[in-house]
Structure formats: structure tokens, C-alpha cells
Design a protein around this ligand. Structure first.
Ligand SMILES: Cc1ncc(COP(=O)(O)O)c(C=O)c1O
Length: 390
């Protein structure tokens, strides 16, 4: 079980949860804007370009706000590339572990950068990419990772993501304009520097061929303890050493602690056994709404959780025995109708929800904590569930 790195409640204590449909994701525009200001400051000081990783957050209703601060989007394939083009401004950079023949033409027409994962994919698609004037890059696996959770360790020895740094001699860099490295996950500055130091000897001689270097995502820049001064120094030094345009493509950092998931207690009980926990069933399903809770796994932070109290096992309404969110302290035994809020639920949530078990997906609301204005931008219905099936 991994500990969440988010969980700053920001202004969410001020929100009236009972005025919302339940369950409901709520994004605080002000918190998002505060994050964007930090990222914009980084851009101004270092000239790094910053792309939003749509895989983490694709709530396009906020695209005008996000686009007014960042340089564009990074996408993982056809649908995200189309979404980026339709709603966001700026550049689009598309990386896929493997592009499919029947999709690549359409991607190449829309995207600015296209990043390949292997020598075969370069060979198969370079002519189409050139036809549409794409800036072509390759993903490199530095084979150096400080990510503890193997599932998120993109730069491990057996990762399928990227050409091993030792195989770069097989790449014809005359055909390319950039390289892409993604080796971090929820990390502070030091692992980035260590990764770069690990590969710089191999990269520096190549940089004369390159226009850009994309340093991927996983930089937890908007976290309070992030060493942003050191990052700024590093970016300035590396861009002048390599004479390239640097990019980063954070997802989490853009929306860190800017969203919550509000839910309701729909039952609570205690089996008549001294060893069993007190249970509460909520209308939030770990498996259908916040699958990373099970996949990572991790325990999301709960707003206003006391340090001690009744230990309550919160779980979802699906049939899955493991649909548990976690064990939490409550001041009082939760009652039917009580509302709760899980913190830091903007990233890798709305993009991952499913209709498993026919469970209603959470509505989505945008709140402005400075004015208390709230708008429900999405509600799901039975028809949405039916439409997905056949
Ligand atoms: C290639 C790539 N870029 C960017 C990201 C965004 O990472 P994060 O949301 O951790 O910043 C990811 C996440 O998996 C990724 O695989």
C-alpha cells in the first residue's frame, strides 16, 4: 500500500457538499489556477515548454484556462490527440508504445511532435510523419529509475517503454529532431537530476542533431516541498548545454490537490464479531470511480479525518469483494446520508471511471473557491450506461 503524496485540503473545507449531487468530482478553479501560476513561473524563468498530459486530466471544460498558461498537450494516441486539437490551444505531442497503421495517418495530420517507441515503428511510419511535417522523436529508456512501485517504473530494465540508452547507436539521428525521456512518478527534483546524470554522457554528443528534449512527466512541481529553484537551475543549464528546447509534460502536477470526490454514506453496520471492522458503504466505488486505489494500491486522504476515532472501513456499492477505499478514523459512527470527501481526486480519476456493475458515474462540477460559484458540468444517466453496451 502506497501513501498518497497529495492530500492538501486547500479551500475544500468551505464547500457545501450537501448542495451537490452525489457522488461528484469537484474541481476548484482557484486551486487549479494556483498550480498553473507556479508552472507559468517556471516557464518564464527557464523557457521550458510545458504540455498537459491528457492521460491524467482531460476535463476539456477547463481547456481555455489551462491553455492560457501552458504550451499545449501531450497525448497517447488518436483520441487524446483529437481531443487536444478540438479543445486546447498550442502544440500537440503524441507518444504511443505502438502506433497502429489504421490510425497513424490521422494522428500525423493533427499532431506536431510524434514520438516513436522502437526502431521498427520509426521504419514503418517515418514517411507518413515526414509527409505531414511532424517533428519526429524517439523515446529513450534511461534504464535508471528511483520509482519504488514497479507498476509505475517506466525506466526499469524490463520496461517496454523506450529504446534502451545502450541501443542508441542503432538510431539514425539525422532523421529526428528530438528525444523523449519519462522516468519519474510523483517525484521531487533530485531523481530527475540523477536520471539525467546517468544518461548525459550518451545524450550530450547526440544533442547537436536535436532541436528538443522532452523530459516527460512525473515531476511533482506544484507540491509544497518541491525543490523548484533547483529545477530551474537544472533546466537553464541543460538547455544551454544541449542547445535544445526543453519540454516537460506533467499531468498530476497541473491538477494536484485541485479536485475532490464527494460521496455519501448509504449504509453502515458492524458484524457481530469482535475481530471484524465497522463498515460503511458509500456511493463511491473504488473499482468503478477511482481504480488507482486498487491498482496502485493507495489509500486516498479523507477531508477532516481526525487522528483517532472510530475505525471505519469505507467501501463501494459494487459486487467486488475488494471494492474497499480504506480504513479511516471517524469522530462519530457515520450515518446514512452523511457526506464525505476524498482529497486529491482530479488526476487519473475522471479519465479512468467505468460503468462496471452499472454503478452511476460521479457527476463533475467546477467550483470557484474565491466566489463560491459552482457549475455542474456533467451528469451521467442510465442512457449513458446503455449507450456504452450493445
Ligand atoms: C509519457 C508520459 N508523459 C507524461 C506522463 C504524466 O505523468 P504525471 O501525471 O505523473 O506527471 C506520463 C504518465 O504516465 C507518461 O507516461
Amino acid at each position: 500500500m502506497f501513501q498518497t503524496m497529495g492530500g492538501n485540503p486547500r479551500n475544500f473545507n468551505k464547500l457545501d457538499f450537501y448542495s451537490l449531487p452525489s457522488p461528484c468530482f469537484v474541481i476548484d478553479k482557484k486551486a487549479l489556477q494556483d498550480n498553473l501560476e507556479i508552472l507559468h513561473g517556471l516557464k518564464e524563468d527557464t523557457e521550458v515548454k510545458i504540455l498537459l498530459a491528457l492521460k491524467a486530466f482531460s476535463t476539456f471544460s477547463l481547456a481555455p484556462l489551462i491553455s492560457s498558461y501552458l504550451d499545449g498537450c501531450c497525448s497517447s494516441g488518436l483520441y487524446e490527440t483529437k481531443l487536444a486539437k478540438k479543445y486546447f490551444k498550442g502544440e500537440i505531442s503524441t507518444f504511443s508504445p505502438a502506433f497502429k497503421k489504421d490510425e497513424f495517418n490521422e494522428i500525423a495530420q493533427i499532431t506536431d511532435h510524434v514520438i516513436f517507441n522502437s526502431l521498427t515503428q520509426i521504419k514503418d511510419f517515418i514517411d507518413i510523419a515526414n509527409k505531414f511535417n511532424n517533428q519526429i522523436g524517439v523515446r529513450i529508456n534511461p534504464v535508471y529509475s528511483e520509482v519504488k512501485n514497479e507498476k509505475y517504473s517506466a525506466a526499469s530494465l524490463n520496461s517496454r517503454l523506450g529504446i534502451h540508452v545502450g541501443d542508441l547507436k542503432n538510431v539514425d539521428f539525422q532523421q529526428l529532431s528530438g528525444i523523449h525521456i519519462h522516468a519519474l512518478c510523483e517525484q521531487n527534483f533530485k531523481p530527475l537530476e540523477n536520471t539525467w546524470n546517468h544518461i548525459s554522457e550518451a545524450i550530450l554528443p547526440l544533442s547537436k542533431h536535436l532541436k528538443w528534449i522532452n523530459l516527460g512527466g512525473g515531476h511533482h512541481i506544484t507540491r509544497q516541498d518541491y525543490q523548484i529553484k533547483q529545477l530551474k537551475k537544472f533546466l537553464k543549464k541543460t538547455s544551454s548545454q544541449t542547445n535544445t528546447q526543453l519540454y516537460i509534460e506533467p499531468g498530476e502536477a497541473v491538477v494536484l490537490d485541485s479536485g475532490i470526490l464527494v460521496g455519501e454514506i448509504i449504509d453502515s453496520f458492524k458484524p457481530n464479531n469482535p475481530l471484524s471492522s465497522y463498515m460503511a458503504i458509500t456511493d463511491i466505488s473504488a473499482t468503478s470511480h477511482i481504480p488507482d486505489v486498487i491498482e496502485a494500491p493507495y489509500r486516498p486522504a479523507l477531508l477532516n479525518e481526525p487522528k483517532t476515532g472510530y475505525k471505519i472501513q469505507l467501501g463501494g456499492p459494487s459486487c467486488l469483494a475488494g471494492d474497499n477505499i480504506g480504513i479511516y478514523n471517524f469522530k462519530e459512527i457515520p450515518k446514512v446520508g452523511d457526506r464525505i470527501a476524498l482529497l486529491d481526486q482530479a488526476h487519473y480519476t475522471m479519465v479512468k471511471t467505468s460503468f462496471f456493475n452499472g454503478i452511476k458515474m460521479p457527476s463533475i462540477a467546477i467550483w470557484d473557491s474565491t466566489t463560491n460559484d459552482i457549475e455542474i458540468i456533467k451528469k451521467f444517466s442510465y442512457e449513458d450506461f446503455e449507450k456504452k453496451l450493445s
